[in-house]
Design a protein around this ligand. Sequence first.
Ligand SMILES: C[S@@+](CC[C@H](N)C(=O)[O-])C[C@H]1O[C@@H](n2cnc3c(N)ncnc32)[C@H](O)[C@@H]1O
Length: 213
Amino acid sequence: MALNPNIPFHSTGLPEDMAVLKRALETTLAKIPGAHGAGAEQRILNLACGRADETGVLADVFGREGERLEIVGADIRSAEIEEANLRWGTAKGNDMHTRFHVEDGKRFLASMSSSERFDLTFMRHQNFWNNPVLWAQMFEGALRQLSDDGLFVITSYFDVEHELACRKLTDLGAVKVAEHRNPHSRKLSDAPGKSVDRHIAVFQRPSPSGAGA
Ligand SMILES: C[S@@+](CC[C@H](N)C(=O)[O-])C[C@H]1O[C@@H](n2cnc3c(N)ncnc32)[C@H](O)[C@@H]1O
């Protein structure tokens, strides 16, 4: 499903970053058999989403097969969420619906009904290394709300933070189903060793039978 921004991006380099992310996600998904086997209705959770610049990419890559798509985002930074709502707000009654909330991710997840499910949870540039306790709680809550065959996708700026986050997700019982080192990741000139969407990993919940994903 195509979702175009209502207002332009501020940074001129952003469309290129989004094009690179889209390509990297498609490459990653191609490693997962049946990853596009979506139902009529797709629900995406974008946690710690900031401005959620990647909303159009998520709609395009993950909402492709669905007839209806809902994208829900949450972050503690109010200015970023305001911008996300402005840029990506959708008209009422659309088959595509977005909403972005100023909310602590852990609280947001805890307030959900136990039956609420997302087909995809996305955490771009997750920040596990910075506060392992908090982010482990968000990982745990997000896995709990993931549908049985749903995908939990993280991206990371640098190698160690990616390894730490992946290890934690595995400790929490998630199963890694794809991994991608993005060769077109844009280097951050002020942060050696860091680059935009440098790593992508995709996890699933363990199968109910315990036989693995
Ligand atoms: C590295 S930034 C990534 C932002 C965005 N996903 C992106 O890639 O541009 C980490 C984000 O985590 C958010 N964050 C930190 N603690 C949070 C919490 N408790 N609940 C929700 N978001 C949180 C920050 O506000 C920030 O936007």
